[in-house]
Design a binder for this molecule. Structure first.
Ligand SMILES: Nc1ncnc2c1ncn2[C@@H]1O[C@H](COP(=O)(O)OP(=O)(O)OP(=O)(O)O)[C@@H](O)[C@H]1O
Ligand SMILES: [Mg+2]
Length: 259
């Protein structure tokens, strides 16, 4: 059974239908890439998987580790082992990075029936995660994402990923706007979580560069709210050289034929 199984998902915002019957799975330990043109519904799908109330699921189901979570709250999903790195991480002025990370770790421990983490253990795991993601220690005292550069925010997302060790991680354009060094750090963090704790990863991206560092075994293409093609890693190179025209054209032909 897949860790995450999305079936016939239809999603609207206001009176606009954005997702029009998405089927997608993420297996334990796999890296699955999701690509598609701007505005095709990738971030919407990621947000709906995490339970963002801005979107309404009008049809279909999301099942996570055998449990239907279509209507679950974002907190419940996180505690069950779902993680998402956002395309645009939000700042939380007034809450320091350290405080935030402790809150998150303790919420997950409480959900597992464990005591709060000791200060000593907390320092140790955070230091280790900071080293891995090359986040400077000075960041622990700063307010979360407040005034962070784009690349700093993305590194911090990977730091949280490393601390949380979820069953499934969804990364929405975590590679965009990164310099080469940061890209390597992010890729290493994702690979570590993927190989060491066997997390399934759904990686949303426009670029092949990260997919040469975090190697997907499957690639799905979404266009106009529907998965139109699924293939192996070769699909990434084909998209890079040919763009999306051939896929969306095929899709329109198929739609016309079935209409
Ligand atoms: N809250 C909303 N209300 C109305 N329309 C929305 C809302 N959120 C998203 N949309 C629309 O849904 C479509 C899909 O948006 P989405 O952000 O999912 O695209 P995307 O595939 O992530 O694109 P990109 O590659 O540019 O990040 C777009 O046309 C967008 O304008
Ligand atoms: Mg997006």
């Amino acid at each position: 059974m897949p860790e995450l199984e999305i079936s016939n998902l239809h999603v609207s915002a206001g009176d606009k239908e954005i997702l029009k019957g998405v089927d997608l799975t993420v297996e334990a330990g796999e890296v699955h890439a999701l690509m598609g043109p701007n505005g095709s519904g990738k971030s919407t799908l990621a947000n709906v998987i995490m339970g963002n109330p801005a979107f309404e699921v009008t049809q279909g189901t999301i099942v996570f580790r055998g449990e239907e979570i279509t209507e679950a709250s974002p907190d419940e999903r996180s505690l069950l082992g779902l993680f998402m790195a956002f395309q645009y991480p939000v700042a939380i002025p007034g809450v320091t990075v350290t405080k935030y990370l402790r809150m998150v770790i303790n919420a997950h421990r409480r959900a597992r029936g464990e005591d709060e983490i000791s200060l000593k253990d907390f320092r140790q795991v955070v230091e280790h995660a900071m080293e891995m993601t090359e986040v400077n220690r000075e960041f622990s005292k700063r307010y979360l994402n407040d005034g962070f550069s784009g690349g700093e925010k993305k590194r911090l997302e990977i730091l949280q990923l490393a601390l949380q060790r979820p069953n499934v991680a969804i990364l929405d354009e975590t590679d965009s706007g990164l310099d080469i060094d940061a890209l390597n750090v992010v890729a290493e963090g994702v690979n570590t979580v993927n190989t060491q704790s066997g997390a399934g990863v759904l990686i949303i991206t426009h670029y092949q560069r990260i997919l040469h560092l975090v190697k997907p075994s499957r690639v799905s293409i979404i266009a106009d709210g529907k998965i139109v093609t699924e293939g192996g890693p070769d699909l990434v190179d084909q998209l890079e050289s040919e763009g999306y025209g051939w896929i969306t054209a095929d899709n329109e032909l198929a739609e016309r034929a079935s209409a």
